[in-house]
Design a protein around this ligand. Structure first.
Ligand code: C2O
Ligand code: CU
Ligand code: CU
Length: 498
């Protein structure tokens, strides 16, 4: 059940005060609805266990297109885990759209044709582009209609992505298959001679709920709380895949394209993951770590060195258990995909000591601090049931501008989840930011959070402070939780840059 419909049905609006009576009414309505759907309540935010496959299917690599292309959202078929099932795609026969690869400085011109039976649009996640091209939740394209997305690429090399963003239907459309990568290259990156061609592997990690005929999307009330997770983890559209590798460095471009699931990525041989970039492009220096927490919407650019391994060795990319992430996340370790060493080669690549210039923005340059309480309404019925996901006690309202920001201003925004029980990956459209500080919870910044970000994970008990240099791209943009069930539930506000 969608929270918004639910509010409408119970007559509760954003400003309503919940009385004991209305809570009982909500619970009754909730139970009734779920009984009618035959669903389970899953009230406490239960984990959805992952079922590993046998890593016998080849990792698909999405086809690559230029910035002058066409995408058609459509109902189509995809072969996942050995079955041909109905999905949504941006091209025929598969769930992921093509990888759009452009050089910085070009003008993208992408014709979007909506052949779905409902409204949709495309948001270019991570791209700093004009508001009218950003895929705002109200800028929708009707079924059987098209729209030309045209925008200049004025940003450094990095891994962005695209997905639908219609108000209230983002989660469903994305979960059923609509997403794709958007890679920007530039001269600075090229000069590093990073592993490329077959040695640069895009990995879109998603969890899906597969049925015999398609991808199920019917979140219960509890699954709106925790976010909708699936039992099958797919990479580039295939369940538990493998890929063959040679004994050398590889560059993995990783997107967590899941609606809600957070991964704690690691290699099964405990080898280093060498982080060279994240949401906003290259880091200043490579940082070697053993594991990386990656929330929905976040991206990673990592180098992995398979040199010295024997032919026939299997290395798994896995997700390890993790703490501090509420009752539904991190409770299980599982394998995601397999790297099978099949070829011995010599590798001329040497890891550069320095990658890019990233200047830390001084907190003293901020002209304003904005505080955002991010949590869900607490209902004290003894069952620790959470309520409507909100930011500063507000749910998304298209007709309300929540924050007015001056063009070119630098601001500090604080996301306060100190009272919350759920992880919230907070994402801003239209900007990249730096993460300044995390207090509470994990109480530290991670290597993967250095450099430039557009999405930052705020775990329960945490307060995370970011600093944002706003640009001159004036207009109305949204910012929201990238747990897509939370986002569709209303955990999204608007800022206007003027
Ligand atoms: Cu991925 Cu609003 O965005
Ligand atoms: Cu975005
Ligand atoms: Cu959230």
């Amino acid at each position: 059940m969608k929270r918004r419909e639910f509010i409408k049905n119970t007559g509760l609006g954003a400003g309503s005060i919940l009385t004991a009576g209305s809570i009982t009414a909500i619970l009754a309505a909730c139970n009734k609805n779920n009984m009618m759907n035959g669903g389970n309540m899953n009230m406490g935010g239960q984990p959805v266990p992952v079922t590993e496959g046998n890593f016998s299917r080849l990792l698909p690599i999405p086809n690559t297109v230029t910035g002058n292309t066409a995408l058609t959202a459509q109902a189509t078929m995809a072969n996942i885990n050995g079955s041909n099932i109905s999905v949504l795609g941006y091209q025929a026969n598969g769930i992921l759209g093509p990888t759009i690869r452009v050089n910085s400085g070009i003008n993208a011109n992408i014709n979007f044709q909506n052949n779905l039976s409902e409204k949709s649009n495309i948001h270019w996640h991570g791209l700093k582009i004009p508001a009218n091209m950003d895929g705002h939740p109200e800028a929708l394209i009707n079924p059987a209609s098209s729209f030309n997305y045209q925008f200049p690429i004025n940003q450094r090399a990095g891994l962005c992505w695209y997905h639908p963003h219609p108000d209230g239907a983002t989660a469903k459309q994305a979960f059923k298959g609509l997403a794709g990568l958007f890679i920007i290259n530039d001269a600075e990156e090229a000069a590093l001679n990073l592993p490329s061609g077959i040695y640069e592997i895009p990995l879109v990690i998603q969890d899906k709920r597969l049925t015999a005929s398609g991808i199920a999307y019917n979140p219960s009330m509890g699954e709106v709380m925790s976010g909708y997770m699936g039992e099958t983890v797919i990479v580039n559209g295939e369940a538990s895949p493998y890929t063959e590798v040679a004994t050398r460095f590889y560059r993995l471009r990783i997107l967590n394209g899941s609606n809600a699931r957070i991964y704690n990525l690691a290699l099964s041989n405990n080898a280093d993951l060498i982080i060279i970039g994240n949401d906003g492009g290259l880091l200043k220096n490579p940082i070697a770590v053993k594991n990386i927490i990656l929330a929905p919407g976040e991206r990673l650019d990592v180098l992995v060195n398979f040199a010295g391994l024997n032919i026939g060795t299997d290395i798994f990319l896995e997700s390890k258990m993790f703490d501090n992430a509420g009752s539904a996340q991190g409770k299980q370790g599982f394998k995601i995909m397999k790297f099978k060493v099949t070829q011995t080669v010599s590798d001329g690549f040497t890891l550069p000591a320095s990658l890019s210039s990233v200047n830390a923005i001084s907190p003293s340059s901020s002209s304003k601090t904005r505080n955002f309480i991010i949590n869900a309404m607490q209902m004290s019925s003894g069952m620790n049931m959470t309520g409507i996901h909100r930011i500063n006690d507000k749910i998304y309202d298209k007709s309300r501008i929540d924050e007015n920001v001056t063009a070119n201003a630098t601001e500090i925004w604080v996301f306060d989840n100190s009272q919350g029980d759920e992880p919230h990956p907070m994402h801003l459209h239209g900007v990249h930011f730096q993460v300044l500080e995390r207090s509470g919870g994990r109480a530290q910044l991670l290597a993967s959070e250095s450099g430039w970000k557009d999405t930052v994970l705020v775990m329960p008990r945490e307060i995370v402070k970011i600093i944002i240099p706003f640009s001159t791209l004036t207009g109305v943009f949204v910012f929201h939780c990238h747990n897509l069930e939370h986002e569709d539930d209303g955990m999204m506000l608007q800022y206007q840059l003027a």
